[in-house]
Ligand binder design. Structure first.
Ligand code: 5AD
Ligand code: SF4
Length: 491
């Protein structure tokens, strides 16, 4: 096929791991001469990198695929592919649901994508690339040698195609061994395997050399990272220290942490190394011991709370972020109240709340009923978010008058809208909503509004110029909403 002429459209659903996979896939495709387009209309290849964590995420992709039936009718040469977790979970069932689909490729096979696409283009028959389950029998520390083919994707990284080199994700680990009873990830992403530390540090260094200021290390249970080296085990705290030592790096973050595997050494590194941001995403999932047990989370509420207290002893201003599932099988009003109590007690910086969604093949699907009605799930979801919103607003209002350090990511959404509405020319728009408004004090045009994050991952909006983008600036906070700080540049 004439690859020079080919264009691709890639839409990503789901978590940061998928965002990273998509960046790496794009790097590969562009290295093969393919060109990105932003509409399916102009694309020779249409691909979705998908998420299976909740039914809702899968439904969105299935409906997008449905819309593409027409495209395939009009342009039969178009190649349509489903990448990522849905491919791995649904396997050939996907071809039954969407007969116009040409390719399915699981998350562990993405490194073969260019070859698979060439195959499809040539043979015009559907192709499936799925991972036969990797062994979970080998001890975790020695699994490194099993992952060589998978590493191709990470190692093929070309920094110039990352959409955003200011901030980058670096994978430290693939898969998950926890098998929380509700979760599909161990089935779609396979067993937990850590990458060699030298490879991770090398990749991070190349990103920093290319201008990246902030690195986020990614793993499903990032703190369980372990890899053998010279007859000993390198654990996550040591890996953090090594990445921290890269010259030119400003900020280092990591997600997601699993409470039961915590190692106090990680808190020590967070306390002693200023580049490591005081931010910890550490899902509790529920505030009820009975539900935690049914979820097989392997910790109790008391243990989780003790861990959060220890976090604050080491890093007093630490920003904690959590995930909660509401309406899990058998969750009573009392159990939910325990979750509300936990949220009030921990005082998170932010929360991600999810309504329980049964995942076929998981332990909870086999042994537990999905017995909380949808309306109750929705009600609990809203209540928990409302509790958090109150906490978030209080925390942010306490920062009014203080100065925060912000890594400037770019123009705010409102500024981008204002600019595109006027073909890039500056324009004075009226203030529309609290989220969109400019700084009260200066009343500068919305088109000068910049956005960035503090080390605590607080979104901050202020006025500035294009010169500020990509820099660390100090912003004096003059007001706050539950999600955003508003202020003015202080330096
Ligand atoms: N239903 C609802 N939420 C889920 N999550 C994982 N599996 C499910 C499910 N079956 C949530 C968890 C996890 C986050 C990424 O998604 O809270 O931390
Ligand atoms: Fe899923 Fe639990 Fe693994 Fe997280 S730790 S990916 S919730 S199985």
């Amino acid at each position: 096929m004439d690859r020079q002429a080919l264009t691709y459209f890639l839409e990503t659903f789901g978590c940061q791991m998928n965002v990273l996979d998509s960046q790496l896939v794009e790097g590969q495709l562009q290295a093969h001469g393919l060109r990105r387009v932003s509409s399916t209309r102009d694309a020779d290849l249409i691909m979705f990198n998908t998420c299976s964590v909740r039914q809702h995420a899968e439904d969105k992709v299935l409906s997008r695929l449905g819309e593409l039936k027409r495209v395939k009718l009009h342009r039969p040469d178009t190649i349509i592919g489903v990448l990522g977790c849905m491919a791995e979970r649904m396997k050939n069932e996907l071809f039954e649901q969407a007969p116009h689909l040409d390719l399915i490729c699981g998350p562990g096979e993405l490194f073969r994508l260019p070859e698979l696409l060439a195959d499809v283009a040539e043979s015009r028959t559907p192709v499936a690339a799925l991972t036969d389950s990797l062994s979970r029998r080998t001890s975790k520390v020695n699994r490194g040698h099993e992952v060589d083919p998978l590493e191709v994707l990470d190692q093929s990284r070309t920094t110039d195609v990352s959409a955003n080199v200011l901030q980058a994700y670096v994978r430290v680990q693939r898969g998950c061994d926890k098998f929380c009873t509700y979760c599909v990830v161990p089935f779609t992403r396979g067993p937990e395997r850590s990458r060699p530390p030298a490879q991770i540090v090398d990749e991070a260094r190349r990103l920093v050399d290319a201008g990246c200021r902030e690195i986020t290390l990614l793993g499903q249970t990032v703190n369980s990272y372990v890899h053998p080296e010279d007859g000993r085990a390198v654990r996550f705290a040591e890996l953090l220290e090594r990445v921290n030592d890269i010259d030119g790096l400003d900020r280092l973050r990591f997600v997601t942490s699993f409470p039961a595997d915590w190692d106090e050494d990680i808190f020590r590194v967070m306390r002693d190394y200023p580049r490591v941001c005081p931010y910890l995403h550490i899902p509790a999932q529920s505030g009820s011991d009975r539900i935690l047990k049914a979820m097989k989370r392997t910790y109790t509420v008391a243990e989780y709370l003790r861990l959060m207290d220890t976090a604050r002893e080491y890093v007093p201003d630490i920003a904690l972020a959590g995930d909660f599932i509401v309406g899990f099988s058998g969750e009573t009003a009392d159990n939910f109240q325990s979750t509300v109590d936990l949220v009030r007690r921990v005082e998170y910086k932010s929360l991600f709340v999810f309504k329980y969604s049964v995942r076929p093949g998981t332990a909870a699907d086999r042994s537990q009923l999905d017995d909380v009605p949808a309306e109750i799930k929705a009600q609990r979801n809203n209540e928990l978010l409302a509790v958090q919103s109150e906490i978030s607003l209080r925390q942010k209002q306490a920062l009014v008058g203080q100065t925060v350090e912000v890594l400037v990511e770019g123009y705010s959404k409102a500024a981008r809208k204002a600019r595109s509405a006027n073909n890039g020319e500056l324009v004075q728009l009226t203030v529309q909503s609290e989220q969109d408004r400019g700084s009260e004090a200066t009343r500068e045009p919305l088109s000068n509004q910049l956005v960035g994050r503090t080390p605590h991952d607080l979104i901050t909006v202020f006025n500035g110029t294009a010169d500020h983008i990509g820099r660390l600036v100090h912003v004096r906070v003059d007001s706050a909403s539950p999600l955003t700080l508003f202020g003015q540049i202080a330096d």
